[in-house]
Ligand binder design. Sequence first.
Ligand code: E4P
Length: 217
Amino acid sequence: MKFFVDTAEISEITELNELGMVDGVTTNPSLIKKSGRDIIGVTREICSIVSGPVSAEVTATKSDEIIAEGRKLGSLASNIAVKVPLTWDGLKACKTLRSDGFMVNVTLCFSANQALLAAKADASFISPFIGRLDDINLDGMGLINDIRIIYDNFGFETEILAASIRTVNHVLDSARIGADVITAPPGVIKSLVNHPLTDKGLAVFLADIEKTGQKIL
Ligand code: E4P
């Protein structure tokens, strides 16, 4: 399973990328706002750091304008995935931008039927939002499961990019189901390393070796 990092913060991307944990990056207008950076400048900079797909989201809602924005974003670097909303205009733009040769990430997916439409529009990635469904007491992980079944039933090649990930269990369950990619905030990716028994075991090992008075270096 690929790890995309869901942020527009350069320092966070760089830190995880140096550890080999970043297969791609996703941004959205809210993350751009949070970064305080210019969308074009920060997107270019991210693409110069990360070799995998970097999702950059359009801000238009009409298909012709989405296509124009998508072409501009897509021309920033060869690893841009143009992120378009899951609307009819977004799907129309997806089809055209794919014909142009760009990668397209269809975002704001909240139902399996929407994901089916995105696959038929030849999306490179579909982004179902787990956390936002859980927020309203719906089953975010059930959506990932449904999309996996449907895509496998018909051999759709659109990659399932599990998004709006808030917890380590979202990562684990996405991996179990077979999502192709997860995109998560840096904090969630970093917290995957945590286990209380690892900390406890390490403390005992260190205490015991200290009692022997031995040092390796
Ligand atoms: C994904 O592409 C989105 O940018 C992101 O995962 C949304 O997450 P949120 O629901 O926590 O804002």
